[in-house]
Write a protein that binds this ligand. Structure first.
Ligand code: SDX
Length: 431
């Protein structure tokens, strides 16, 4: 945080307060209100945190107006085009791009942690077969603290490092096993001779009755999806992880909380909801009716995959995702996919509509990811688990950053109380 001599003056009632301001390396200045209640006796009010910085961070920067996303200063389109997921994991965790040796060591460490404790297979079998894979992931990741006791002490830097590697390494196995259990197929173990994305695809789609060859174009697309979802500053699930971590909860419990939050259709569940919406629209001629519903204040329907709290321009991830969608669908010979046709027509129609232009509602990362994942053979129920696999490194990096900040404290927001004031109890016979 850069301390400047700028200040803000706040006048109300008979008070005039001078509040310090801080200037970031990028983005808007902030007014430091940490002493506001002590000196002014008032709270600020910002449900949804539309104007509130909850922390300082050096990991990810988003310029919503420009549609820019930087990870440790590197633009997402360059990382998606030139890097790969585990290298981006290293960048997010440690702050710099790794040397060749550092990258090889990191990839080996992750590879050596991809297996799950064999006892955990019984945990999977406790679920009903029709359990949503996200329900399984929330449960299994939370249960990791019952299996990996030697990496739950958050005050020990070495245990924090081991927990970070374990989570990044095991999430693909957990998600793949949730999928296999859901469809009633045998669980497939990870292999050490495959890269991260290829390992995940094989664990999801291999069956014991035949060899499974990973298609390099699909593996590259999978890796790119992982890269594009890796981190996104203080979004709802990351803020959930930070808040859970602020109480000293173990890393597995914190990540399970993040998974639970991501599940919501307004957040990580939007990719599943978007594809279900595209299917419900079904044909291009029905698009105008759905656009009218999205504009109707009386109708709760929203265009899933459109809009964003921060981006008031194109989500830069959506641009890259759209390129991947074209590549994958061409490879799979499904570029005449009716869902894709509806998606492309819907995007054009929405972008040409004054309502969406005025409200700056553009396609977000979830708009195209679901199309790619469906083309790859994933059911919609696996879309958000894949988002969770990718975002684990973002959650862990932000968790690590917060724990390494000596000034960090438990998060405890206040409220604008609008309930009853003090009143005496009334016995039931007198009510
Ligand atoms: C992710 O935060 C992150 O960084 C999240 C994420 C990440 O990587 O972590 O980027 C991932 O969650 C992407 C967003 C996925 N969600 C969806 O695609 C669901 C559909 N989108 C909307 O639910 C909505 O756009 C949100 C939740 C994403 C953002 O909502 P905001 O910021 O609270 O905005 P808002 O609801 O106040 O909307 C502003 C206006 C409203 O109209 P008015 O009340 O001003 O008249 O725009 C309208 C909304 O009604 N609006 C939409 C709309 N999104 C907003 N109208 C129709 N369709 C939509 N999709």
């Amino acid at each position: 945080m850069t301390i400047t001599n700028k200040t803000a003056t706040l006048s109300f009632d008979d008070k005039q307060l001078t509040l310090p301001m801080h200037s970031p390396t990028a983005g808007p200045d902030v007014i430091d209100i940490r002493k506001l209640y002590a000196e002014g006796g008032v709270f600020t009010y910002d449900p949804g945190f539309t104007s509130t910085a909850s922390c300082d961070s050096t990991i990810t920067f988003i310029d919503g107006d420009k549609g820019e996303l930087l990870h440790r200063g590197y633009p997402i389109d360059q990382l998606a085009g030139k890097s790969h997921y585990l290298e981006v994991c290293y960048l997010l965790l440690y702050g710099e791009l790794p040397s060749a040796e550092q990258l090889e060591d990191f990839e080996n460490r992750v590879t050596m942690h991809t297996m799950l404790h064999e006892q955990m297979t019984y945990f999977f079998r406790g679920f009903r077969r029709d359990a949503h894979p996200m329900a399984i992931m929330v449960g299994v990741v939370g249960a990791m603290s019952a299996f990996y006791h030697d990496s739950t002490d958050i005050t020990d830097p070495w245990q924090r490092e081991v927990a970070s590697i374990r989570l990044i390494a095991k999430m693909p196995t957990i998600a793949a096993w949730a999928f296999k259990y859901h469809i009633g197929q045998p669980l497939v173990h990870p292999r050490n001779d495959l890269d991260y994305a290829s390992n995940f695809l094989r664990m999801c789609f291999a069956v014991p009755t035949e060899d499974y060859e990973v298609n390099p174009i699909l593996s590259r697309a999978m890796d790119r999806i992982f890269t594009l979802h890796a981190d996104h500053e203080q979004n709802a699930s990351t803020s959930t992880v930070r808040l859970a971590s602020s109480s000293g909860a173990n890393p597995f419990a914190c990540i399970a909380a993040g998974i639970a939050c991501l599940w919501g259709p307004a957040h990580g569940g939007a990719n599943q909801a978007c594809l279900e919406m595209l299917r419900e629209i079904g044909t291009v001629d029905r698009i105008p009716m759905f656009i009218d519903r999205a504009k109707d204040k009386g109708d709760p329907f929203r265009l899933m995959g459109f809009g964003h709290r921060v981006y008031k321009n194109f989500d830069p991830r959506a641009k890259v995702m759209k390129q991947s969608a074209d590549e994958v669908l061409e490879l799979l010979g499904v570029d005449d996919n009716p869902v894709l046709q509806v998606a492309k027509e819907l995007e054009s129609a929405a972008l040409a509509d004054p309502y969406f232009a005025e409200k700056k509602l553009f396609p977000n990362v979830d708009f195209y990811s679901g199309i790619i994942l469906e083309a790859m053979g994933f059911p919609t129920s696996m879309f958000t688990p894949i988002f969770a696999v990718s975002r684990t490194v973002g959650w862990i990096s932000q968790w690590k950053e917060q724990l390494e900040d000596p000034a960090h404290k438990i998060g405890r927001p206040r409220q604008l109380y609008m309930g009853a004031t003090t009143r005496d109890y009334v016995n039931v016979e007198d009510r």
